[in-house]
Design a protein around this ligand. Structure first.
Ligand SMILES: [Zn+2]
Ligand SMILES: [Zn+2]
Length: 380
């Protein structure tokens, strides 16, 4: 450590305002009281930062038995290099005196806050089931679910209103603990978050009476979500900052609404296209017919042309599902299915026998448009 030539260091006992015979507990008490008083977040007077550094330095030395006796014997010279952070014994590898405190204070009194490790709340997923038509046309849904929300009593700070957090005595506000481990490569220094303050550098001395210091309480969160027309089963909608609140004022996580779409009894959806199977009788297929089919807008009449075949498609353009991005809608594909009757009346049997005799024994092969071709077209 190289001190500026003009620097005059105050006696550590004087800094803490304790006698040379003060015990560990008295030193700790004095430091706590003064650190709280001169914490840069609280003390707005000029020189607060310097005073706080001085306090920390004095405490680091006097709270350590070995360093304290070195100081007692040799004064400041006895603990040079140790005062800043207590890293004596591992030559080099640590920044000069200034770096540690610069990292802590960020060069300004307000910089102390920068050291706080802000933890965001968890992202959450909510499964929402909607009706088939709601997915096609879009819908606004409201729901609520239990989660952790910001405590209104302490506004998420975790401390009882009117009280202030204290500098963590475990890490003296740095939020860090350095641990030395022996490895085959020699000594290794691990920097870990202080277990007492979880790296925040400050502890809540008087926890909020409502949330117990966490800054969050379990409550129902009410959510309104606009589901766009055309959303499909399995798609997710991200709602920013609607997830769990972060501890002690940390930002909210996000909420993902996983949309499940109920099936329709008569319509099958593939993306923007809808399919409906229309069963017709042989006479309807042969002669043509005007029949009613379901659409997402209600029943609609379609013309089955004379000579319609099983698998033949009647397309209702623009009666499908809206495209999520971009204009327009898909189509409704009505697939004709000629149903062969399995139970016949005596009269029906007579008529069909007559028809069979009239038509002759052979079925004339078709040029194209077989059932298999239709199916190939449909799902290609
Ligand atoms: Zn700590
Ligand atoms: Zn609270």
């Amino acid at each position: 450590m190289i001190l500026p030539a003009m620097a005059v260091k105050r006696d550590y006992y004087e800094v803490l305002g304790v006698g040379r015979d003060a015990d560990d507990a008295a030193i700790k008490r004095a430091f706590r009281r003064l650190a709280q008083q001169h914490h840069p977040d609280i003390d707005t007077n000029d020189g607060a930062e310097t005073r706080f550094k001085e306090l920390n330095e004095a405490y680091r030395v006097l709270s350590d038995r070995q360093r304290r006796s070195a100081y007692d014997m040799f004064g400041h010279a006895g603990v040079e290099g140790a005062a800043a952070g207590g890293f004596e014994g591992f030559g080099g590898g640590f920044g000069p005196f200034g770096d540690i405190f610069d990292a802590f204070f960020g060069g300004s009194p307000a910089g102390a806050r920068r050291r706080s490790r802000v933890v965001a709340g968890a992202d959450l997923r909510y499964d929402l089931t909607i009706e088939f038509a709601e997915a096609v046309f879009g819908v606004t849904k409201e729901f609520s679910f239990p989660t952790l929300v910001t405590c209104a009593h302490c506004d998420g700070a975790g401390g009882e209103p009117g009280t202030e957090p204290e500098t963590c005595p475990e890490c003296n506000g740095s939020g860090e603990k350095r641990r030395v481990a022996q490895t085959i490569l020699g000594q290794m220094v691990n920097i870990v978050a202080c277990p007492r303050c979880q790296g925040e550098g400050r502890i809540i001395a008087t926890p909020c009476t409502v949330c117990g210091g966490d800054g969050r309480i379990r409550e129902e969160r009410d959510v309104v979500v606009n589901i766009p027309a055309g959303i499909d089963d399995g798609q997710r909608i991200a709602l920013e900052s609607q997830g769990e609140a972060g501890p002690r004022g940390g930002p909210n996580g996000d909420l993902y609404v996983a949309v499940k779409v109920r099936e329709h009894a008569q319509l099958v959806r593939r993306g923007t296209e809808l399919y409906h199977e229309l069963p017709i009788t042989f006479p309807q297929a042969a002669l043509g017919a005007s029949l009613s089919v379901p659409t997402v807008e209600g029943e609609e009449e379609v013309e089955v042309p004379a000579g319609a075949q099983s698998g033949q498609e009647i397309r209702l353009r623009g009666k499908g599902v809206p495209r999520l991005r971009g204009a327009g809608r898909g189509d409704l594909h009505v697939i004709v299915n000629v149903v062969v009757p399995t139970r016949l009346s005596k009269r029906e049997r007579e008529l069909l026998r007559e028809l069979g005799e009239e038509s002759g024994p052979a079925v004339v092969p078709k040029d194209s448009g077989s059932v298999l071709d239709r199916l190939r077209d449909l799902f290609s």
